[in-house]
Design a protein around this ligand. Structure first.
Ligand code: GDP
Length: 467
């Protein structure tokens, strides 16, 4: 633009000034991190959140509790997916996941990446009588999906290699784990801390210990370290991961020994997690949702449940205001932290409050107080409530189409305890869990997708920032 055309030049200056003022006044970014251990339901949660917010932007009344927080869903004028930009983190792709769900034979979407991000742009009418004068608000809602397993590594960050080795080996030798860890523990019998620091041995030990972690995870156990061995993230399997616990690891290993090589790796891993997984990433996120598959853990039996309880307890402690993450990230704190038990459509309505109470018991202090909440939800509801007869009595139950079948059937899942169950709970036939086929939806999810309680979670985590 040339100042020789003063009118056009002046117009451009004014327009730029107005745009800048409009952006300063009306544009905000809200960052929400969604986490949970593998299979907790993160992918399905994000699909449902995106689909239902996009539908809400088309005036579909799909998130009523959130609409009430906004003072009416009509305040949300439009919702669009923001361009993916040039972020180094993989983009969460909604369309292929909706396609899988809406296919001829509906299937739960695949998880494609350990770490992904996406963003929505929400245009909101301003509240108040003079709202129209200042224009619409544009809120960029950035969503980061990251593995809860990484949070399990936080307690590791304060331990040296000798202490971590002793604790990890004691755990692998416990009755619930020793069988799946047998190949690794057997191989370890032929390895000495004083052996030469051989890269091939480090690699072999890592692979065997990871195979044990994978077998334990598949059995439902959740207290598994290092978490990045199971969920390496977009940087893949890096050499900092190639370590394993050694029996009798010395506090000060002699130079060039295997113990020195592994202790150096362990230190590099802790530094790398601290520098790259948490700092500069999680400290930007002012809201967090932690998803927990409490029902899956109840179904997997006592050992798996107690292991999950230990893992959730550690994650919750790490996320407390005075926890390990806060100490590492400094003042950065999520203004709202919610814990949610997922897949609540597996149980009838009456059991859902028990489910939330049970999660609250597992989470403890971290779920209480200002800006903290605990919920039970089904991001994608695959069942209806019904009743069945048990021993001559009508019992609340759910009905759905079991995975791999085509006919709907009723299902009584059994009791959900209100708090961490006593030993007697495990002695009798306890909780049953049936995998259900996802509900029928249209491939574009124009009317959103059915859920239970997603609106209440979003209202409590995002409501104040959108109101
Ligand atoms: P992620 O590993 O945390 O991303 O877990 P996913 O979101 O992939 O969920 C794992 C599995 O749990 C899915 O494939 C479904 O079988 C099941 N699931 C997740 N959310 C729901 C839900 O809201 N209802 C039901 N019935 N099943 C769910």
């Amino acid at each position: 633009m040339s100042p020789t055309d003063p009118v056009a030049w002046l117009r451009s200056v004014v327009e730029t000034g107005l745009r800048t003022a409009d952006a300063a006044l009306n544009e905000t970014t809200l960052r929400l991190a969604v986490t949970g251990l593998s299979r907790a339901g993160k992918t399905v949660f994000i699909v449902s959140m995106l689909a239902n917010l996009l539908a809400m932007g088309r005036r579909v009344d799909t998130l009523p509790a959130l609409a009430r927080t906004l003072g009416g869903g009509e305040r949300l004028r439009s919702v669009t997916i923001s361009p993916s930009g040039s972020s180094a983190v993989p983009h969460f792709e909604l369309a292929p996941k909706l396609e899988a769900l809406a296919g001829h034979d509906p299937a739960w979407p695949d998880r494609t990446s350990d770490l992904s991000r996406t963003a929505l742009t929400l245009s909101l009418a301003r509240s108040g009588p003079l709202g129209h004068l200042v224009g619409q608000r544009r809120v960029t809602l950035e969503i980061l999906d990251y593995p809860g397993e990484w949070l399990l590594d936080l307690p590791m960050l304060g331990q040296d290699y000798a202490a971590w080795s002793a604790e990890t080996l004691a755990s692998l030798r416990s009755p619930a784990r020793a069988g799946d860890a047998a190949a690794f523990l057997g191989w370890l019998g032929g390895v000495r801390a004083s052996d030469p620091g051989d890269e091939a041995v480090a690699r072999r030990g890592f692979e065997l210990s990871r195979a044990a972690l994978i077998a334990l995870r598949d059995k439902g156990l959740r207290w598994l370290q290092p978490g990045r061995a199971l969920n390496p993230g977009p940087r893949g399997e890096a050499p900092v991961l190639f370590f394993f616990p050694l029996p009798d690891a010395p506090d000060r290993p002699a130079a060039d020994t295997l113990a020195a090589l592994l202790a150096g790796r362990h230190r590099a891993y802790r530094d790398d997690m601290q520098a790259n997984a948490f700092k500069g990433r999680l400290d930007r996120f002012d809201r967090q949702i932690v998803l927990v598959d409490v029902l899956g853990a109840l179904h997997a039996g006592q050992a798996a449940f107690e292991d999950t309880a230990r893992a959730i307890g550690a994650i919750a402690r790490a996320l407390r205001r005075d926890g390990l993450l806060a100490r590492m990230l400094g003042s950065a704190q999520p203004s709202h932290l919610a814990f949610a038990a997922t897949k609540a459509d597996h149980v009838p309505e009456a059991a859902r409050s028990a489910l939330a109470a049970l999660l609250s018991d597992l989470v403890g202090e971290a779920g209480r107080g200002e800006g903290r909440s605990v919920h039970a939800l089904a991001a994608l509801r695959a069942t209806e409530d019904t009743t069945v007869r048990r021993e001559g009595r009508e019992i609340a139950a759910v009905s759905g189409i079991p995975v791999g079948q085509t006919v709907r059937r009723s299902f009584d899942p059994g009791e959900v305890p209100f708090q961490r169950p006593e030993a007697a709970f495990w002695a009798m036939p306890h909780f049953r869990f049936e995998g259900f086929r996802p509900p029928l939806i249209d491939p574009l999810a124009r009317r959103g997708v059915p859920h239970l309680g997603l609106d209440a979670v979003l209202a409590s985590v995002l409501g104040d920032a959108l109101a």
